[in-house]
Design a protein around this ligand. Structure first.
Ligand code: NDP
Length: 326
C-alpha cells in the first residue's frame, strides 16, 4: 500500500468545498494500471461537477485528466508497460491526485516528443476538438465555423486545428486581449462578444450567409443568438454551459430559423471504446508533434492550490489550458 494525495469534495458548492485527503492505493486489478501522476489537467467540467450542475454521488474525488508514469500493470492490459509515460482523459472523476489505480482503457502512451505537463494539459480538450471537427458533423476545407470562448483551453486548440484543416474559424472571446490570442493561434476573425453583437458581426463576416457550424460551449447566454449565426440547414453543436444550461425551448424555432440542426455531444461517448479512444489520441498526438497544434499552458497551480485554480477559471481569468502539478 502507498499513500496518495487526493482532492475530494463532500457537498456541492464553491471552490472552498475542495479538500486534500490522504488515501491508501493498492495494486491494479485486471484491466487496470497504477499511475504515478505528475500533472493533472483542469477542465470546465470539473466546475460543473463541483458546483452541482452535473450532480454526483458524494463524497467524490474530482478531475478527468492527468499524465504520469505507469508504476504497475494489471492482468490483461496489453498496450501499456511499467515505466511508460502516459496521459488520459477518462471518467469517472478522480484525476486530481498524485497516485491512481484506474481502468487502462483510455490511458494512452505519450510519444517521446510530448512532455508530461503538455500531456496533462491537452488530452481532454484536444480529444474534444478531434471529435468536434471529425466525428460530429462532416466538416471540410473551406467551411466556416463560429467557435465561442476561442481563447480558452478547448478554444486555442480549435483555432489551430481549424487553420491546419483549411477551415475558416471565427472566434469569440470576452476581452480584446483574448481576441488577439485567438487570432495569433489561427482564428480568421475574432469578436469580443462582451462589446459587440456577435450575430450581426458574423453576418457581416460571411456576407449575410451565416456559418456552416456553430460550436457553442457557453450555453444559456449565447444559445439563441448562436442559432441566428447559422446558414439554412446549418448545425449548432451545443457542447457546454459555462454561463448556465440552455433552457428548454420550442423545437419549432429550428424550423423558423431555416431548418437548423442541433446536437448536444459529450466527449465521453466518443472515447468509451478503447480502440476509438486510442485512434483519436493518435491523431491528436500527430497534430501536436507536427507543430500544427501547440498547447498553451496558461496557468500552473500546485495540487493543494486547486481551489484558487477553480476561482480563476470561473472568473474567466484564464487563457489556454491550466494544470495542477502533483
Ligand atoms: P475554458 O478555458 O474555455 O473556460 C471557459 C471560458 O468560457 C471562459 O474562459 C470564458 O471565456 C467563457 N465564458 C463565457 N461566459 C462565461 C461565464 N458566464 N462563466 C464562465 N466562463 C464563461 O474551458 P475549457 O476549455 O475547459 O472548456 C470550454 C468549454 O467546453 C466548457 O464549457 C466545457 O464545459 C466545454 N467542454 C465540453 C466537452 C464536451 O464533450 N461536451 C468537453 C470539453 C469541454 P471568455 O472570457 O472569452 O468568454
Amino acid at each position: 500500500m502507498t499513500t496518495a494525495r487526493v482532492i475530494i469534495f463532500e457537498q456541492p458548492g464553491g471552490p472552498e468545498v475542495l479538500k486534500l485527503e490522504h488515501r491508501e492505493v493498492g495494486e491494479p486489478g485486471p484491466g487496470q494500471v497504477r499511475i504515478r501522476q505528475q500533472a493533472c489537467g483542469l477542465n470546465y467540467i470539473d466546475i460543473y461537477q463541483r458546483s452541482g450542475v452535473y450532480p454526483m454521488a458524494l463524497p467524490h474525488a474530482l478531475g478527468m485528466e492527468a499524465a504520469g508514469i505507469v508504476e504497475a500493470v494489471g492482468d490483461g492490459v496489453t498496450h501499456l508497460r511499467t515505466g511508460d509515460r502516459v496521459a488520459y482523459a477518462a471518467a469517472p472523476p478522480g484525476a486530481y491526485c498524485d497516485l491512481r489505480v484506474m481502468s487502462a482503457a483510455q490511458v494512452c502512451r505519450l510519444p517521446d516528443g510530448i512532455d508530461l505537463r503538455t500531456g496533462a494539459a491537452m488530452m481532454l480538450q484536444g480529444l474534444t476538438v478531434q471529435y468536434l471537427f471529425h466525428r460530429t458533423v462532416p466538416l471540410k476545407a473551406g467551411d466556416t465555423v463560429l467557435f465561442h470562448a476561442a481563447a480558452g483551453g478547448v478554444g486555442l486548440i480549435a483555432c489551430q486545428w481549424a487553420r491546419a484543416s483549411g477551415i475558416r474559424l471565427i472566434g469569440t472571446a470576452g476581452t480584446d486581449e483574448k481576441c488577439a490570442l485567438a487570432l495569433e493561434h489561427g482564428a480568421d476573425a475574432a469578436i469580443n462578444y462582451e462589446r459587440e453583437d456577435f450575430a450581426a458581426r458574423v453576418r457581416d463576416l460571411t456576407n449575410g450567409r451565416g456559418v456552416d457550424v456553430v460550436m457553442d460551449s457557453i450555453g444559456a447566454a449565447t444559445f439563441e443568438r448562436s442559432l441566428d449565426c447559422l446558414r439554412p440547414v446549418g448545425m449548432l453543436i451545443s457542447f457546454g454551459n459555462a454561463s448556465g444550461k440552455v433552457p428548454p425551448f420550442d423545437l419549432g424555432i429550428l424550423g423558423a430559423k431555416g431548418s437548423l440542426q442541433i446536437t448536444r455531444p459529450t466527449l465521453f461517448s466518443h472515447i468509451a471504446q478503447h480502440d476509438t479512444c486510442q485512434q483519436m489520441a493518435a491523431q491528436l498526438f500527430g497534430m501536436v508533434e507536427s507543430g500544427k497544434v501547440k498547447i498553451l499552458i496558461g496557468q500552473e497551480f500546485g495540487l493543494e492550490d486547486v481551489a484558487n485554480a477553480h476561482r480563476q477559471m470561473e472568473a474567466r481569468a484564464t487563457t489556454g489550458s491550466s494544470i495542477l502539478l502533483c
